[in-house]
Design a protein around this ligand. Sequence first.
Ligand SMILES: Cc1cc2nc3c(=O)[nH]c(=O)nc-3n(C[C@H](O)[C@H](O)[C@H](O)COP(=O)(O)OP(=O)(O)OC[C@H]3O[C@@H](n4cnc5c(N)ncnc54)[C@H](O)[C@@H]3O)c2cc1C
Ligand SMILES: NC(=O)c1ccc[n+]([C@@H]2O[C@H](COP(=O)([O-])OP(=O)(O)OC[C@H]3O[C@@H](n4cnc5c(N)ncnc54)[C@H](O)[C@@H]3O)[C@@H](O)[C@H]2O)c1
Length: 460
Amino acid sequence: MDTQHFDYIVIGGGSGGYAAARTARETRERVAIIDDAEELGGLCILKGCMPSKTLIYSAEVLHLAQKGKVFGLDIPKARSDMPALHERKLEIIKEFSDYRQEQLRSDRFTLFRSRAKFIDEGTIELSDGTKLTADHFMIATGSKVAVPPVEGLEGLPCWTSDDVLDLDFLPEKVIVLGGGIVACELAQFLRRVGAEVVQIQRSPRILKETSPEAAEVVEKAFRDEGIELFTDTELQSVEQAEGGFVVRFKHGGEEQLVRAPYLLNALGRRPATDGLGLEEAGVELRESGHIKCDGMQRTSNPKIYACGDVAGPHEIVHIAIMQGETAAKHATGRSAEAVDYDTLLGVVFTDPQVANVGLSEAELKERGIDHLSADYPFDDHGKSILMEAKYGYVKVLADTKGVVLGAECVGKDAGELIHAMAVAVSLKANVRDLLKVHWYHPTLSEIWSYPIEDIRDELK
Ligand SMILES: Cc1cc2nc3c(=O)[nH]c(=O)nc-3n(C[C@H](O)[C@H](O)[C@H](O)COP(=O)(O)OP(=O)(O)OC[C@H]3O[C@@H](n4cnc5c(N)ncnc54)[C@H](O)[C@@H]3O)c2cc1C
Ligand SMILES: NC(=O)c1ccc[n+]([C@@H]2O[C@H](COP(=O)([O-])OP(=O)(O)OC[C@H]3O[C@@H](n4cnc5c(N)ncnc54)[C@H](O)[C@@H]3O)[C@@H](O)[C@H]2O)c1
């Protein structure tokens, strides 16, 4: 069989891989994409960001409707209609995935529907034995659900996020293992559509990547909504039993046992590197299992790059895209900038949402950076009071000259609100400049002006 040569080959047509392919195609003619998925489109569109946020938004509307009385409304029987919710999700996702598939199948690229593996430092072999070579390669194979070493978990027919995002019925009770972003977003979704939810988290706080103050607000909201949340636990075993699943864990020095017909494993994801022939390709891994990359996303083999979940260090879709663009520009000889993680933006779509940008207070302390900080609660802010959105706060962190280094927002629509501070952090704005902004009244956004003023007042 002949070997085919390309300018650029991408393995994985998800968000990162497509961004790399499209960027390489701007200046190169022969660009190939290899993807073995039954359905093309990648995690974000098919089983990640878009389906989860579609369902979470419906659950938020339902939650508000159920609180109708608080707003002076008489909405007698607001409840979920799971088949309809599922149908709406399918329709919305189909639109996004049809568009992405059209892009991948366009004659701008050569698309191979196959599994890919490296057989040496510059050759890929497809499942049918076809061999492909290229000037440069991109590995963008994403991540897979992890099965950590919990007794009984391996091979257990429990749910993953894929199953929850495809539910067309209302489960009566679900045990959610984990307290990361997936666990929290989906636990609240399940609770809001009407399921009984028990959530079990190992660390003392859920969302351990965020500040303890932020996690505390979300924990309170979860308990207020009726999620039975256990933190600081030690999972001992999981098993299938009559009528569902049994989970045993230690909590507060005592053995606990919970039972439910459904169990969700949300204990994390791992980079999808299995069977890629990375050793043959001379591509090294970090201890975390992610592919080791430099700032240009180049691996230990200079012809091969990696981006997205398989590369880390953050499994966030816009990071996958930025990394893919940087890598493809670098490979095709254009100027490229390394992704700046000091201005990182992250959003957790619980309600209240948790949003962070730039350096956190813990990171500033760790780096020994002198800083000023000020915060303001939503329960003392006009617009949030009238919206009954009183959980949470905003917090701004600035250096001693007033340059904004980071911000945190926990509250309704925090994922939208944080973008004002994302601009400030990325453009290195000073709080004095930010006070020249027209902060409209009454909006949620104007809440930022209070901590900004406080920091300005502290400046010498
Ligand atoms: C439930 C959930 C919700 C999420 N919500 C958000 C959110 O709200 N916001 C956010 O920013 N991020 C979110 N994420 C994370 C986000 O979806 C990922 O970070 C992002 O989609 C990763 O993109 P990627 O290009 O790295 O990988 P993917 O999109 O997973 O693409 C990898 C592709 O590689 C293919 N592939 C793998 N191995 C091979 C091989 N050997 N040969 C050929 N093809 C192969 C796969 O078929 C797949 O199409 C969420 C994740 C989950 C699980
Ligand atoms: N809104 C968003 O941007 C969004 C939404 C969903 C997912 N994501 C991304 O997807 C990635 C995966 O998210 P995730 O929530 O699946 O993973 P995660 O790694 O964030 O969370 C896994 C959780 O499982 C717990 N855990 C792991 N092993 C355990 C054990 N043996 N016993 C008890 N607890 C254990 C961890 O303590 C952690 O709380 C994240 O990195 C995130 O960035 C992003």
